[in-house]
Ligand binder design. Sequence first.
Ligand code: CA
Length: 235
Amino acid sequence: MKNVILIIEDEEKIARFLELELKHEGYEVEVAYDGRTGYDKAVNGNIDLIILDLMLPELSGIEVCRRVRKVSDVPIIMLTAKDDISDKVMGLDMGADDYITKPFAIEELLARIRTALRRKSGIKIQNNDINQNARKNIIKAGNLELSKDEYKVTYSGEEINLSKKEFELLLYLMENKDIVLSREKILENVWGYDFMGDTNITDVYIRYLRSKIDQRFGMQFIHTVRGVGYIFKEK
Ligand code: CA
């Protein structure tokens, strides 16, 4: 069965170019030229992956992403026109899996697509494993408790609201308690690929976690290892 890729991009030249390249690679392709049509296709069709431009008429890419995430975990790769970290962080916070900055090399986009599709099938297998071993689904560090099943984090029973990426980062840190993790390693494991020099995105997310957990509850779980990265400790 062919994977179906939905392109949501208002620049017709780019959309057509992508459509041809993706068909050539053996994918089935759907195209939408505005956010609203894109959203409808994303939730009504049988789509395996979405390539989503951020600057769109009708409904912005960020908004499309936010709405799609409410009902589906289909992989989303954002196309961003500018090299603006706040745009990327916002998109990733809204649940996009990856982004690529225009202008891009088609080979790079194709590689990202393959990675995202691989991860998608990997997640399914992981979830099955988890179901077979329910006891493994809660990780504790003192009063901090993370439930993988419920996608929920609490401190002394009080719920902490985390975005998808914050949750995944915390999960990775907690699963590797007492091990020093480099920024590159964190990127590779939480974001799933080499972030092309934007390793400071990990610092941004560590700051979010510290303010939501360490500072809020007067604890120190996340420690900086200068020049290397971070380590999660229970005490
Ligand atoms: Ca656009």
